[in-house]
Design a protein around this ligand. Structure first.
Ligand SMILES: [Fe+2]
Ligand SMILES: [Fe+2]
Length: 274
């Protein structure tokens, strides 16, 4: 028989406080399961929407080498989504039903949607923006995959063991996407013919990425940390990302665009991956 929620909650918090990890649904309190489901759904939907946004670029790459590269990235993102949806099935989500009811191909045409959701899926809202030119694709790798990498660091060692296990492979592949972005950013920035174009794409995607991390000291983040589902404050993750980007941009001859925290434009919750 399942223990009352209060008992499960006490045991779960004690286990997490002692550095232990949760491995089964039976161990979860209702609160933990709800927060975990929410975070994993954000990742799953973002991975899938990310993959679909990349798909047209398989056929629009500058050369055949890149065609294979982009096809591989699409396959990686679909795999990440599949890993996450399987974890969601494990905590009781009817994934087939959810998949049928949402349009992960949906994109917006607005330049700045702030915190608005264009639909009722849970993707981080940067994934509603279309990738219009090759420099966008590259900047998505350079900024968003890097931002996701910083976010995912916390999930590598979160309190839900099956998620940590799944994250190991995902994290390695995200690092390859980021390296792809870095190589191309350097190349496009150093070529006088494409420098302005990649700087313009940087100006567009950097602020959007800075907004994904969520507000500093958000109550939701405090809750995630209480349950070991996050390790750092949203702003700490954002600062780590910004420092990383600034170092790379400096090397590649790009100017980091201005960004000011506009609370109204920042998502309540941090996102996860790309
Ligand atoms: Fe991914
Ligand atoms: Fe990625």
């Amino acid at each position: 028989m399942t223990e009352p929620n209060r008992v499960r909650e006490e045991k779960l918090l004690a286990k997490i406080a002692a550095g232990g990890k949760i491995e089964t649904v039976e161990e979860m309190s209702d609160e933990y399961r709800g927060l975990l489901t929410n975070l994993m759904m954000m990742q799953a939907d973002s991975e899938l929407a990310g993959a679909f946004g990349y798909v047209p670029w398989i056929a629009k790459c500058p050369d055949i080498k890149e065609t294979l590269q982009v096809a591989q990235i699409v396959k990686d993102e679909v795999r990440h989504a599949r890993v996450m949806y399987r974890l969601l099935e494990g905590v009781g989500v009817d994934v087939d039903d959810y998949y049928r009811k949402h349009n992960f191909n949906l994109r917006v045409e607005t330049e700045d949607i702030g915190t608005l959701r264009a639909a009722d899926d849970k993707r981080v809202n940067i994934f509603y923006y279309p990738i219009e030119v090759w420099a966008d694709f590259i900047m998505f790798n350079f900024c968003m995959d890097r931002g996701a990498g910083h976010q995912l660091e916390d999930n590598l060692d979160c309190s839900y063991k099956p998620w940590c296990d799944g994250m190991e492979g995902i994290f390695k592949e995200e690092e390859m996407h980021m390296a792809h972005g870095d190589q191309w950013t350097k190349r496009l920035s150093e070529d006088p013919k494409t420098h302005d174009e990649i700087q313009a794409a940087f100006d567009k995607w950097y602020p959007r990425t800075m907004n994904i991390f969520g507000r500093a000291n958000s109550p939701k983040n405090v809750l995630y940390r209480k349950y070991g589902l996050k390790r750092r404050d949203n702003d700490e993750v954002r600062r780590a990302f910004a420092a990383d980007v600034a170092a790379k941009a400096g090397k590649f001859g790009l100017k980091v665009p201005a960004w000011t925290p506009v609370e109204a434009k920042m998502s309540e919750e941090p996102f996860i991956p790309g």
